[in-house]
Design a binder for this molecule. Structure first.
Ligand SMILES: Nc1ncnc2c1ncn2[C@@H]1O[C@H](COP(=O)(O)OP(=O)(O)O)[C@@H](O)[C@H]1O
Ligand SMILES: O=C(CO)[C@@H](O)[C@H](O)COP(=O)(O)O
Length: 554
């Protein structure tokens, strides 16, 4: 049934690595509109590949901040042309790729307050950023700053206890420390630092938006228990950093009404509320209505595995974030950098650049791939932190190539064995009744999901949209309006359609993959040792005190 012509709508956005997307839902939680802007294809003037620029050192990875602004201009124009009545939007929220940072130049807050209706945002804001290329989550160039932060905090484990993660190169605090040290002038000229999520919220607010607890947990700066910036981490990162960041807020906070620029230019209502934006993985948790016991596997640019956590469980691998929908609880996350782009590269080389042929190769090859196992860490991986492509035959001998169809199955099986291995190492296991909820671009591929189901030996479910981040943002917008009065997120979204079962494990899956997982673990150890040996050959470093040699980049 269509919604009444004046019935309220809720807008959810996602500013991710490769695109900016929007979903609009009505009060019955039905999707009434979807739009998107692909950075590479629709904003070619910024010359990005997969939404980013990889610098000559292969470690520094950035995106042009004005590309993101221009994408918002384009997206809103598209939505207007498609006939979306913005005046019905009661609340909006959004998400951004995690960890990325935006550096606002002195005076930018005044510019944001007085936006001229007749100009596009990207014209109005062209001088508003002290750093034009924002560091993003794929960056792994801040190894030194990670070591410094861990030393200041009293070791990696102590940092985990405070912030939920040991020091990671892509985490915002380490990127800020690097920028302060290497680009002092730009840093001096900075008035405010946003995450990608709070940056996007600032555009809608016409003023600086607060960072929410959940995305703030991906910075190595937030104390995830007190939900305040950690003094130790702030001091180790940059002077007066709390002023540059502003105070963090609960993820359900209403930050204020949409700015008059959006009211007059696009017809938003003056009372449309902007609810705090958060990270894309936390938003995805909301979009899939993940429950304790479920395991989410996101197959976007990055692959991530995440779960609902009642209490933080500190570990040197993976992350604990504040939960985006239940303020006193948490979520755990593992991130893998070599996800969709690696599958795409193998598709291009082995399956004629066609997902249909890629899927056919998966269907035509047997579970376990005749014992062949592959590691495809084409760029410096996060979990585990190694680089290199390695293929092994059934006798564990390293081989230089595999036939195209075997290579296709090797990349997908290898990735999912790794997701399962590292999730199990953190203590998470699939038990009868566990649902694996898949999302992200590659979750539209049934054959890939069949391999996921087989490797995890568990049923895989999806929601109707492969894009749970936008949907989660729209749900969060709706919840934000009533969260203050104590309404729970799950009560507000109880009418949402249940996830659908899309794959069940093959009867032989357990036998095949329990065995293969053991071999995968041993071979991964070999690959890590080999990579560490070649790194120490290049750099000859002293082993760090806490044994975290893995932190160092190639
Ligand atoms: N049919 C498909 N099979 C496998 N992967 C796909 C398919 N369609 C899209 N993808 C992958 O989805 C990725 C984009 O995922 P998405 O979640 O939209 O990215 P992000 O949100 O990180 O920008 C693409 O890089 C592409 O490799
Ligand atoms: O670094 C992480 C999570 O820690 C990534 O998951 C980013 O949040 C990017 O997300 P996608 O664009 O791949 O969805």
């Amino acid at each position: 049934m269509a919604s009444a012509p004046r019935a309220p709508l809720y807008l959810g956005l996602d500013l991710s690595t490769q695109q900016l997307k929007a979903v609009v839902i009505d009060g019955e939680l039905r999707v009434v509109h979807q739009s998107g802007v692909q950075f590479d294809a629709e904003l070619p003037e910024f010359r990005t590949q997969g939404g980013v620029h990889i610098h000559a050192d292969r470690l520094t990875v950035t995106s042009p901040v004005l590309m993101w602004v221009k994408a918002l201009d384009l997206l809103l124009d598209k939505m207007k042309r498609a006939g979306l009545d913005f005046s019905r939007v009661r609340a909006l929220s959004g998400s951004g790729q995690q960890h990325g940072s935006v550096f606002w130049r002195r005076g930018a807050s005044e510019t944001l307050k007085h936006l001229d209706l007749d100009q596009d945002l990207h014209q109005l804001l062209q001088d508003s950023f002290s750093v034009s290329d924002s560091p993003v989550w794929m960056d792994s160039s801040s190894t030194q700053q990670c070591e410094d932060l861990q030393a200041a905090a009293g070791g990696a484990l102590r940092l985990v206890e405070i912030t939920g993660s040991r020091a990671y190169e892509r985490f915002t605090g380490n990127q800020i420390a690097k920028l302060r040290q290497t680009r002092a002038e730009e840093f001096q000229d900075t008035e405010r630092i946003s995450l990608v999520s709070s940056f996007a919220a600032s555009l809608f607010l016409g003023g600086y938006a607060a960072i929410d607890y959940s995305d703030g947990s991906g910075m190595n700066l937030l104390d995830i228990r007190t939900r305040n910036w950690s003094e130790i981490c702030l001091q180790a990162t940059a002077p007066h950093l709390d002023q540059l960041l502003g105070a963090p807020v609960p993820s359900t906070s209403v930050l204020g009404p949409v700015s008059s620029y959006f009211v007059h230019r696009y017809g938003f209502s003056e009372s449309c509320s902007v609810v705090a934006f958060t990270g894309d993985n936390p938003a995805s948790l909301a979009g899939m209505r993940l429950q304790p016991g479920d395991v989410a596997v996101s197959l976007g640019t990055s692959d991530t595995v995440f779960l609902w956590l009642q209490q933080p469980r500190p570990a040197l691998e993976g992350h604990v974030f504040c939960n985006p929908v239940e303020q006193q609880e948490y979520m755990a996350l593992l991130c893998f950098k070599n996800g969709s782009l690696t599958r795409e590269r193998v598709r291009n080389e082995c399956a004629g650049a066609s997902w249909e042929l890629f899927s056919a190769a998966l269907s035509d090859t047997p579970l376990g791939n005749h014992g062949n196992i592959g590691f495809y860490f084409e760029t410096m991986e996060i979990t585990p932190p190694v680089i290199g492509v390695h293929r092994f035959d059934s006798a564990d001998c390293e081989v230089s190539s595999l036939s195209p169809r075997v290579e296709v199955r090797a990349v997908v099986e290898g990735q999912f064995l790794s997701r399962r291995l590292h999730a199990e190492r953190l203590g998470y296991s699939i038990i009868p009744g566990t649902r694996v909820l898949a999302t992200g671009g590659a979750s539209s591929n049934k054959e890939i999901l069949q391999v996921l189901s087989d490797v995890f030996n568990a049923p895989v479910y999806t929601i109707d949209l492969s894009d749970s981040t936008c949907l989660g943002s729209a749900y969060r917008a709706l919840h934000g309006l009533v969260a203050e009065s104590g309404a729970s997120f799950f009560d507000v979204v109880k009418k949402a359609p249940e996830p659908r079962l899309v794959a069940t494990p093959h009867p032989k899956a357990k036998e095949v993959y329990d065995e293969l997982l053991k071999r995968y673990a041993q071979l991964e150890e070999r690959v890590v040792q080999k990579s560490n040996r070649s790194q120490s050959h290049h750099r000859n470093p002293q082993p760090p005190e806490d044994g975290l040699l893995a932190l160092t980049s190639a």
